[in-house]
Design a protein around this ligand. Structure first.
Ligand code: NAD
Length: 314
């Protein structure tokens, strides 16, 4: 791979993952794109950026031709909470945007595309503890429905057109550089910022809502590693379970209290509680560990220490 197109690079994950790829391939070989005009200066200054709406198939084709793109990291999307407020937008971006990427890639002979999936692929019927990779997938959110369809569509294109589409089911991703884009696990980012700024946090999930999570450096490493893994090792390429640790809001608060003893948390669950309740508590990610060496480095306390230090520096 010589030239890689990134979609949705202005988002929480893209704005960091992009730099791991620019470091590896050279700045000019990673084409950043997003539909949003609010793109950080460091992205614009470090390499090519184009304004690209993934629902516009012709615009994708033009970008691929112009930059001679031969692989894609497709991160553009509408996340769970925003998707529940505007399901039609979520369908358009998450479904039509993804099929556009696959179709243009197929027409132009591009094989490798990375598309993240999510724990939102799981639903209320899915076993909630140590959820297997192959399991019941009947999500009740528009975002979850889109993610299951994307996983299946990727496998279909791989089988039918000999493509090389890969994906991982991210849990909630916690980071301090770019604000999350409207997901159900966003509390686990906001809690750290409010702990530093106000010494207190009002959580939109109840105190014992257990969800799998991961710190951004592990997300970047895992995504980078799956993208580069030997294809012959991947037996279930579009839907790898990956997780680092499972936590409740109370557990995150207790971890923060080790550094800020007076930190206070209150709970006021909103519509996101029902979404969180339909998701899994913990995941079995042994296949990712076996097949491409997934091995997260951060647990809750190690992440808390770094999050509080980095946010304090801001
Ligand atoms: N952050 C998480 O906790 C998490 C968890 C599970 C899965 N994921 C998945 O990871 C991927 C990246 O997520 P993220 O957290 O960076 O999301 P984000 O919401 O922070 O960023 C998404 C980006 O997509 C862009 N976008 C929206 N509509 C677009 C369009 N029509 N054309 C082009 N760009 C468009 C937005 O402007 C935004 O910059 C998504 O597929 C998401 O579903 C994220």
């Amino acid at each position: 791979m010589k030239k890689i197109l990134f979609t949705g690079c202005g988002g929480q994950i893209g704005s960091e993952l992009l730099f791991a790829f620019r470091k590896e391939y050279g700045n000019d070989n990673i084409i950043a794109s997003d539909v949003s005009p609010k793109i950080k200066q460091e992205i614009l200054e470090s390499g090519p950026f184009i304004s690209l709406d993934v629902t516009d198939r012709q615009a994708i084709a033009n970008a691929i031709d112009e930059y001679k793109v031969d692989a894609i990291v497709h991160l553009a999307g509408i996340l769970s909470a925003v998707g529940e407020k505007n399901p039609q937008l979520a369908w358009n971006v998450n479904m039509n945007g993804t099929v556009n990427m696959f179709e243009v890639a197929r027409e132009k002979g591009i094989k490798r595309i990375l598309v993240p999936s999510s724990i939102a692929a799981f639903g209320p019927d899915t076993p909630h503890e140590m959820t297997p990779q192959r399991t019941l997938l009947y999500p009740t959110t528009m975002y979850g429905i889109n993610k299951v369809a994307n996983e299946l569509l990727g496998s279909y294109y791989n089988a039918k057109y000999d493509m090389d589409i890969r994906g991982l089911r991210y849990p909630g991703i916690i980071s301090h550089k770019t604000a999350p884009g409207g997901g159900t696990t966003d509390y686990a980012v906001a809690i750290y910022f409010d702990a530093i700024a106000k010494g207190s946090y009002e959580c939109f999930l109840s105190e014992n809502t257990m969800l799998p999570m991961m710190y951004m450096p592990d997300c970047i490493k895992g995504t980078f590693d799956l993208f580069h893994a030997d294809k012959s090792q991947l037996t279930d390429a579009t839907r790898y379970n990956v997780t680092a640790f499972s936590v409740t809001p109370k557990m995150v608060a207790d971890s923060i209290k080790k550094h800020i003893p007076n930190f206070e948390i209150t709970y006021k669950p909103d519509f996101r509680q029902a979404i969180a309740d339909s998701w899994t508590d913990s995941m079995d990610d042994h296949l990712a560990r076996q097949e491409w060496g997934w091995n997260p480095e951060y647990d809750l306390d190690k992440m808390t220490e770094e999050m509080l230090r980095e946010i304090s520096l801001k």
